[in-house]
Design a protein around this ligand. Structure first.
Ligand SMILES: [Zn+2]
Ligand SMILES: [Zn+2]
Length: 544
């Protein structure tokens, strides 16, 4: 009986990780992630794997297993479940992080928490999550015990010997699988070009503490909300320096409360206060931990950098700590935010000028160790751009792995007895785009392909609204891409129409869905009348 793995995403880009394991005509998915758009994909909010071929085989799809709670692994699960409703397995924290994303789009789901290190049976699948360290707690590799032998997917991992929770990558479990024989290994290639070992997560603790202790005024720290161990280290450093901690940002609140409930984040209750009360303390008693490390336009850090944040106006005595690295696609946005923060006089400490960030992905020596431990018969590098996959493949060959194939999205590898063979472009694997206006709104979710965007263009309408009064205090600012040669006259006219329609619909508090509709209709009408085009209109509403 042959067993195959088909790659829907993540091979050729960092993001939208998704692989389909097929045994006896039944399919299990490993991760259903999303990708953040590249900078040339203007007006696109999210990029998904193309699972259209699975929709056609809906009856054969039996489950999803998630390796960890990062968006590039679980961010598209809700949309997938809307098309194909199957149970989703993962660790408790992974599923709690995923639950939030699924609830946002209002889809029913069956989330089944499982423990690492225990074999689980589901239909023809027998699988096990294995503990690895990464930049989110409870990350896992996943092993499938198949009739053709063990297929092992590393997930995202590093071999951190001193992780914050004292629970390092489960090397004995991997060694055990290696002894029994791994038929096929799929492993994380993100840092395959980086020499040596990635430093331990605990190595940033002291530098972060030094920054916070030495700060003369307020400290505003930004990191990924899912990086609970980083949040813990930043908060610990603040508390040790006599500061109170406030969290800011929707995902920061959600993730820290989930992690506290599960006992993963541990902070003395009296040291965490509401951001509204933080301002009453002396400056050098304040630590704000916020989202926005990726330069996201609505996030706190970006608003602060533009002097538009409700609670925080930055000045020369403030220190901003960015304890994260921009993910691909966000570099320019992050760089702009850093420049603007500096322009306001803040002291900005980030991964490039200080050791306040380490990667969650294994570097070359760790990858070599891992391959050596697992000793697979066949190897396919995953999770990376082609250059990363290629570098990782070279490492595996150097380690003497007999069969090494660099595959790309849409390709399939099959193991069948002694044979391992590759089928190129076995399934469609193009980018599927989701425009931002429809996130959180199943009814209006509009999936569009690249050609549609190219034909009709995109208009982004940005408008800043006063949170309490619903009044327009910024914009509407219209930005077009691929719609017309000289857009300014048309866009000015459209902006006027949008402004007057918003003003006339205004009802005190802002109803986002309603306002998006108003913006789309008002701008669309003008642009259609003037240009006979029907661009995708993306309303961006900032509440200030
Ligand atoms: Zn990843
Ligand atoms: Zn990850």
């Amino acid at each position: 009986m042959s067993v195959s793995v088909t790659f829907l995403g993540g091979l050729g880009e960092i993001g939208r990780n998704c692989a389909a394991v097929e045994i006896d005509g039944k399919i299990a998915l490993i991760d259903v992630g999303l990708m953040f758009p590249e900078e040339d994909m203007l007006g696109v909010d999210l990029v998904f794997p193309d699972w259209s071929w699975l929709v056609k085989r809906r009856g054969d799809v039996s489950m999803v297993v998630l390796t960890h709670g990062h968006e590039d692994h679980m961010g598209a699960v809700g949309y997938f479940l809307r098309d194909i409703g199957v149970p989703v397995y993962g660790t408790e924290l992974t599923l709690e992080l995923t639950r939030g994303r699924i609830e946002e789009i209002g889809v029913d789901s069956e989330l089944l928490p499982i423990q690492q290190g225990k074999w689980i049976s589901h239909g023809p699948f027998k699988f096990m999550l294995i503990r690895v360290s990464h930049s989110v707690p409870e990350a896992s590799a996943v092993a499938f015990d198949t009739p053709e032998g063990v297929i092992l997917h590393s997930g995202d991992f590093k071999l951190d010997p001193t992780p914050i929770d004292g629970r390092p990558t489960d090397l004995p479990a991997f060694a055990e699988l290696g002894r029994k024989g791994v038929r096929l290994l799929l492993s994380d290639s993100t840092n395959a070009e980086r020499e040596g070992f990635e430093p331990s997560e605990s190595s940033v603790g002291q530098p972060i503490a030094d920054v916070i202790r030495g700060a003369p005024g307020r400290v505003i720290a930004a990191c990924f909300s899912s990086h609970v161990h980083r949040v813990q280290q930043i908060a610990n450093a603040g508390i040790a320096a006599g500061r109170k901690v406030a969290f800011f940002g929707r995902s920061m609140h959600r993730y820290t409360s989930v992690a506290t409930e599960l006992g993963i984040l541990d902070l003395p209750a009296d040291s965490v206060i509401d951001i509204k009360d933080l301002g009453a303390l002396p400056d050098d008693r304040q630590l704000l931990i916020t989202t926005g490390s990726q330069g996201e336009p609505f996030a706190a850090l970006s608003l602060m950098s533009q002097g538009r944040h409700k609670f925080v106006e930055l000045d020369e005595s403030d220190t901003v700590l960015i304890s994260a690295k921009p993910i691909p696609g966000n570099e320019t946005a992050v760089s702009k935010v850093i420049s603007n923060l500096m322009r306001r006089g803040a002291n900005v400490v980030h991964g490039r000028n200080s050791h306040v960030h380490v990667s969650g992905h294994a570097a070359r020596e760790e990858l070599l160790t891992f391959i050596n431990l697992v000793r697979p018969r066949a190897f396919v590098p995953v999770h990376g751009e082609y250059r990363h996959l290629s570098a990782h493949a070279d490492l595996a060959r150097k380690m003497g792995v007999k069969q090494v194939d660099v595959l790309e999205d849409g390709d399939r590898v099959t193991v069948d007895g002694k044979r391992t063979y590759v089928e190129r472009r076995a399934v469609p694997a193009g980018y599927v785009y989701l425009d931002g206006s429809s996130v959180g709104d199943v009814q209006n979710a509009v999936l569009r392909d690249r050609s549609h965007l190219a034909d009709e263009g995109v208009v982004v309408v940005t408008v800043g609204i006063d949170h309490d009064t619903g009044e327009v205090i910024y914009g509407p600012d219209l930005d077009s891409h691929g719609v017309m040669d000289d857009p300014s006259a048309v866009l000015d006219k459209a902006a006027d129409a949008v402004r007057s329609d918003i003003e006339s619909h205004k009802s005190g508090r802002t109803d986002h869905a309603e306002m998006q509709k108003t913006i789309r209709q008002a701008a669309g009408k003008v642009i259609r009348a003037e240009t006979a085009r029907r661009p995708v209109i993306i309303p961006v509403i900032m509440e200030v």
